[in-house]
Design a protein around this ligand. Structure first.
Ligand code: TRP
Length: 364
């Protein structure tokens, strides 16, 4: 078994990517890409998975493939270092999914907490599409086709990784050591695990309309922060305020670095002191929000600028994706060769098998 360190991760193209994606995984991916610690990095756009619950809006999925690709490039994913590709263009993933389906029971899928919540959210209770129900299996195929060792994702993907590991163990147990067991790599900062929406709701999500998108212009970002939910009991500046569950402070936890104080809020030495003042009373929301706005603009400006540049040459972005798909397909095909051999469905490249059967039928 090779000891290569291989990263694989991806996103469903159901909308532009937002700052929750950024702190939850995008920022980390770029760091990992540039760390030089990994032999291969695959980042893909999970269009086939997006279709499992958007089967009637294919145009939406198609439009968002390019949006997500632009967000990737804007954040600093570099096609020279990372292979960027589109899931549906790798037919080996379907093939692998089909074989993995033999290794997973219906009751195991029914216990998957992510699928359970999504069934509720999508009103699939009465009539869940088979493709949606089985997407954890297809996600295991995404991961294992590339022999990924490391999957940097948000904590909501934990059940998917567990399912993938189970499939790997079962496959290797039955068919012999073939697949690699992947590890999840979670964000290291609690605020980044699940960034709340600007309305204070637990999750930033397009359907809730509480997102700050990576591609929002500076005015939109400023406006969204201005109207952000804070502590509803912090009415006057002198009132004591609450930091816990206050998304303005959660965003600061996720984005603020020590040097931001020197640049934008020199009256305070660090975030702890700022929080302490807010808790005591005497610190207004406007001041905190202004600070957050400055930090967000500093963070997002280079991303917006790079996105604009890539937007000028969309055909080149498609060419880049196409090259990525070809490279990814080669890797997946190599795994499929191993899988077919292990599962004894490699009839034509097994000279030994043919010779042996020839002898058998001749009665030798
Ligand atoms: N389910 C992931 C999401 O909703 C996207 C995804 C599909 C993925 N296949 C994957 C992530 C494989 C990591 C590895 O964001």
């Amino acid at each position: 078994m090779d000891k290569e360190k291989i990263i694989l991760t991806g996103d469903r193209p159901t909308g532009r990517l937002h700052i929750g994606h950024y702190v939850g995984s995008l920022r980390r991916r770029v760091e990992l890409q540039n760390s030089g610690l990994y032999n291969k990095i695959y980042v893909f756009i999970a269009d086939a998975q997006a279709l499992t619950d958007n089967m009637d809006t294919p145009e939406k999925v198609r439009q968002n493939v390019i949006e997500v690709a632009l967000d990737y490039l804007a954040c600093g994913l570099d096609p020279a270092k990372s292979t960027l590709f589109i899931q549906s263009q790798i037919p080996e993933l379907c093939e692998l999914t089909f074989y993995y389906m033999d290794l997973v029971t219906v009751s195991r899928l029914q216990r998957n907490p992510t699928v359970k919540t999504e069934i509720q959210m999508r009103n699939f209770e009465a009539s869940i599409p088979v493709g949606f129900f089985t997407y954890p299996i297809s996600q295991a195929a995404d991961i294992t086709a590339f022999k990924a060792t490391t999957v940097p994702v948000g904590e909501d993907q934990e059940p998917m990784l567990e399912q993938a590991r189970e499939i790997v163990r079962r496959f290797n147990h039955i068919y012999g050591e073939t697949l690699v067991e992947p590890e999840i790599l979670l964000p290291d900062n609690a605020a980044c695990l699940r960034l709340p929406g600007t309305d204070g709701k637990a999750k930033m999500s397009k359907s809730l309309g509480n997102c700050i998108y990576l591609s929002d212009d500076a005015d939109t970002v400023a406006q969204k922060i201005k109207t952000m939910y804070t502590d509803p009991n912090h009415l006057r500046v002198q009132d004591p305020g609450q930091v816990e569950g206050n998304p303005v402070f959660t965003y600061l936890d996720a984005f603020c670095r020590p040097e931001h104080f020197g640049r934008y809020l020199p009256d305070y030495p660090n975030l702890d002191e700022l929080k302490a003042h807010y808790r005591r009373g005497g610190l207004g929301d406007v001041k905190v929000k202004k600070f957050l706005t400055a930090i967000m603009q500093e963070t997002l400006e280079p991303i917006r600028t790079r996105r604009k540049e890539f937007e000028q040459d969309i055909p080149a972005v498609y060419d880049m994706l196409k090259a990525g798909c070809e490279k990814a397909r080669e890797a997946a095909a190599a795994t499929l060769d191993d899988v077919r051999r292990a599962m004894k469905i490699n009839y034509f490249d097994d000279a030994e098998l043919i010779a042996e059967q020839a002898r058998k039928f001749k009665g030798e």
